[in-house]
Design a protein around this ligand. Sequence first.
Ligand SMILES: Cc1cc2nc3c(=O)[nH]c(=O)nc-3n(C[C@H](O)[C@H](O)[C@H](O)COP(=O)(O)OP(=O)(O)OC[C@H]3O[C@@H](n4cnc5c(N)ncnc54)[C@H](O)[C@@H]3O)c2cc1C
Ligand SMILES: *[C@@H]1O[C@H](CO)[C@@H](O)[C@H](O)[C@H]1NC(C)=O
Length: 638
Amino acid sequence: MADGLTTTLNGLINKLSGLAIPADLSLWQLALPAWFLVCFGVFYWYVFGRRSPFSVDSLRRKGPTEMNMSKRDEVLKKAFSEGRVPKGLDAIVIGSGVGGLTVAALLAKVGKKVLVLEQHEQAGGYCHSYTEKGFQFDIGLNYVGQLHENSLDRVAFDQITEGQLDFVNLGEPFDTIYIGQGQTQRKYTIYTGKTEMEAHLKKQFPDDTEAIEKFFQVMKVCARKTHHLACLKLIPRWLALFLLKTGIADVLSSVYRYSSMSHTAWLDQLTSNKDLHTIFSYFFYGVPPKDSSLYVNALLIHHYKRGAYYPKGGASEIPYHISNTIRNYGGEVLVSAPVRRILLDKNGAACGVVVGNSDSEVEVKAPIVISNCGLFNTFKNLLPPQISMKHEIQERLHRVKPGRGSFIVFCGFDATAEQLDIGPTNIRLYKDNDMNKMMDRYFNMYKDEAPDNVPMMLVTFPTAKDPTAKLRCPGKSCMTLVTMVNYEWFEEWKDMPVTKRGDQYLQYKTRFAKHMFDWACLHFPKLKEKLVFQEVYTPLSNSHFLGAYQGSMYLQHNLDLFDPVFMAKNRCDTPVKNLYLTGQDVFSCGISGALHGGLLCASSVLNHILYWDLLFLKKKLKKAKAKQDAQQAKKKLH
Ligand SMILES: Cc1cc2nc3c(=O)[nH]c(=O)nc-3n(C[C@H](O)[C@H](O)[C@H](O)COP(=O)(O)OP(=O)(O)OC[C@H]3O[C@@H](n4cnc5c(N)ncnc54)[C@H](O)[C@@H]3O)c2cc1C
Ligand SMILES: *[C@@H]1O[C@H](CO)[C@@H](O)[C@H](O)[C@H]1NC(C)=O
């Protein structure tokens, strides 16, 4: 490409010099076209002149799902040893969540030698699945949106998995929401579809059609203009802050306003219908809607507008295929490799990491270090204290808080979906329609009150979503119940060994689990008799298995986190040279959030905005698809 550009430019210069320049043409009249040419040249080089990780050729024909467990383990559970570290590393990635694997695959695809180090015994982070007694459970993936053909996320996923991922559409309705208890309980359903989602809500709230219209307008702006927020992390920090502080940014895009606007405050102007308030913030993440950003809540609902999807084969298909890509391009993913410290050279730049436990520490060197293990872990635990104390790092740490912990109950049944009357639709339960009051009350409860007063819950059936589950767990079904809890409720057991936390801990977490299971049984009465397996995952499990800081699922997704000025400051590059951040702490939580964390991070590392390349590829694929469709239509006609 660069050669092509040189020839074109040379040709142009020859032509220009061949022209007889009139003597009266002033210098500045020439300057304008010359300036234009330079700009064009720079743009051309920026977009096409460099190696891109994206190409149509990197897609392979989809292979069958790997069912052989030992073969899967070879990919997902390759343990760390010094001998397995590739020679001549260009980058080390700490953590193998979607955010870490994404940036690793992108760098590997442009020829960098990368090593991913994961502390757990399996790669994937929140996206890993575990199997026990013939049941397979996912930790942090229930359903993902924006994966319809040729969507940006879908194209990105295809590129980092060489086209090997397959997603199942959950169908309609993908979510059912119950608000209230007993006789007065109300049921609402959520449909996908460009127009159907809105139309279906209007049908259920006939007196609030105007409020719904307004919300959907905001949703559209938020979804279409998300790149304006992402840009803040890609352009130079001083420029981003200048645009925001002078108010120029607000003139350019309304998304900056929505991101710093309280969800409840905005909605209060539209409607007093509390059920509708609940619907518009029904994806709970531990922050009451009054303290959450309108932008995020709108984006979350928009996320599923074009369909809710589940990866065929389970969540671990995602790390499985991305890890394969990394290895196909010369990189490596090694587990049981807890990173203890980030190494700095004499100029204070990151130059490697220390891996292992206290009795066997190994140094691994690379000129670039990328952390996927979150803002708190990276800045507080992996850097020397004198570096953590730097103003810019402290400033970032002070603005954010660890979010609530997740509490998950995994249940296994000796019966099929048909026998249990369960399906792919997710159920969301809320005891009350005042989310603000309900969450404030719950999170302020005494430790002993909380287990019997869980106010909200997600009920989901992974085996019913995935047609291949029948092969993996024949005759069996799985259910996952999710709610949120305070870390403090569990903190007293935090230093005890993972399997020996004692009876009190067991009793305490079982009280939550029982309450939640009984609540689910009100909606699915056949579950009770067929239950044969139950395991409970608390914030302490989250700390143990995923190294989560204070057991939290995410950073607290409150208004502070989405304040545009903070967004501009919370970027992939850090005050430590050659140290970068990826994953959900960079932009937002979610599988898609972590994916974009990886895209943003790779853009920062390569100093090349990869979104351009991705958009070009998306256009190309769309065109090819349209052509193919037209040909097929023609064939049918004949
Ligand atoms: C219960 C639950 C349900 C969810 N449901 C959904 C959903 O339905 N849809 C959706 O889109 N999102 C969902 N999410 C959110 C989503 O799973 C996460 O936002 C996303 O996967 C985070 O990816 P990540 O790469 O940023 O981080 P993680 O997946 O957390 O990866 C970080 C990795 O770093 C490793 N690590 C930490 N410290 C070290 C160290 N010192 N050395 C080496 N490795 C280290 C960890 O072990 C971990 O593997 C859910 C989350 C939870 C908890
Ligand atoms: C599964 O894979 C392992 C290792 O590759 C192989 O030894 C074994 O025979 C395979 N099992 C089956 C049932 O194919």
